[in-house]
Design a protein around this ligand. Sequence first.
Ligand SMILES: Nc1ncnc2c1ncn2[C@@H]1O[C@H](COP(=O)(O)OP(=O)(O)OP(=O)(O)O)[C@@H](O)[C@H]1O
Ligand SMILES: [Mg+2]
Length: 501
Amino acid sequence: MTRTAKKTQPPPRRAPSRGWAGAGRGRAGGIPVVKQWRGSTSQVCGLWPFATGAGTPMVGVPLGRNLLTGSTLCCDPISWFQRAQLISNPSAFVLGRPGLGKSTLVRRMAIGLAAYGVQPLVLGDLKPDYVATIEALGGQVIRLGGGRGYLNVLDPGEARSAAARLTGDARVEVLADAHSRRVTMVSSLLTIVRQTPPTDREETIIDRALRVLDDRHPDTAPVMSDLLQVVRDAPQDVRLVALDRGDRARYEQITENLEASLLSLLHGGRLGGIFAQPTSVEMRRDRPVVFDVSSIDDNETDLQAAIMLACWSTGFGSIAVSNALADAGLEPRRHYVVVLDELWRVLRAGKGIVDRVDALTRLNRTRGVGMVMVSHTMSDLLSLPSEEDRMKARGFVERSGMVIAGGLPSAEMPMLTQAIAMSRAEQGMLASWQDPPAWDSRTGKEADPPGRGKFLVKVGGRPGIPVQVTLTGAEGAVHDTNQLWHVQSRVGDTEVSEAAS
Ligand SMILES: Nc1ncnc2c1ncn2[C@@H]1O[C@H](COP(=O)(O)OP(=O)(O)OP(=O)(O)O)[C@@H](O)[C@H]1O
Ligand SMILES: [Mg+2]
């Protein structure tokens, strides 16, 4: 009875997990785990059809590994715009809590881009975060502030010598650009000194006074005291635009505030005279450049903002000259990536500054310039006093070709998602990266913060690419912005020990 029942039992319909048992029926002894290798297309093409493409773009500066898939991510605003055509303009906005590696990420991009032939221009380094890197790249370091160097904002720079090499419209354009840049810069400095922008009439006076100044100094660069002198001399041209109706007393009344503000830009004035002396070092166009403004104290917020704006203006002026000369076939075409780190310091300098930044940065695509802006949080941008300024500041993020976000507090998310779409998972990821570091009681030291070097690369509404930036030995040796913290001395210690970086 039992034997018959055994015989009639139907065979199982589905193969067991290791396949059918029995000779020739394909039973596997164990299930192999398939190994994965990564290689370039030219290496792995022979393995067809077992090769699959990487999910992340491989065009640009290698940043690190995708946190989810482990694949390499290459990314920088210029390559993604020019070669991969993944973004609509060559700019990136980097956001993240302090100390999580924003400047380090930007340095990596700058190093990689320099290798592609793009010149990094760091227009204002407050820490200094970039000086060692630019030095290592063979670039120019321009030291400003603290009596080490001056930047004359009235200096037309190389625009004059470039104009002498150009003809026709190109010549007119270069001179006009240099002129408007100088007017903008003086107005920006006045905005910072007064905390409000100068009036329309004052801007026109400055504009006209600068023209008079150029006639007086056709071959040399005028300085701020010369401008003040022109305003005091009340030449006919300036009086006309001041609308003094032929009354000198009225002219003096109209220009009194302007005179007072210009005085504060002179030596001994509120901004310390950095802008009042002839420029100490001319910026070069043919190599990486960093303006080292680290000697300016963090408490001097106005001066920091003023000097950064002046560096931006000089930098963009130089790029304009370079482009004009390249258009005319007089110099090779150069591409630049401009780094504007610590943007928040400039934005808080006063009402109307956002406009100046906006004007400086709007034209990057047409000028063949890549740009990387760095700030901490959206709240920095949205804590500006006027609604108009807040909208414009948000525009910096919205208009960027890509947004690279590091660890951010959850409270930031509503503001961030207004500027760029983020899924809830992505928001959770960013929030988790800002957790504080663990305390290792064994070594008595804090571990690295969990979010250090982790970033989410977002392009428009596409899913973000999470990446871990890993420093190479060479980078680690060149720069460490926490240097001062590694030197620890404890009470009772006779020696100061330097921890291995
Ligand atoms: N990917 C990384 N791997 C290891 N260390 C890193 C990494 N990124 C940054 N660091 C280290 O973290 C410290 C802070 O980095 P960094 O100055 O780039 O931060 P930050 O976000 O620019 O800070 P802040 O907002 O204050 O300017 C530095 O000592 C740097 O060497
Ligand atoms: Mg930084």
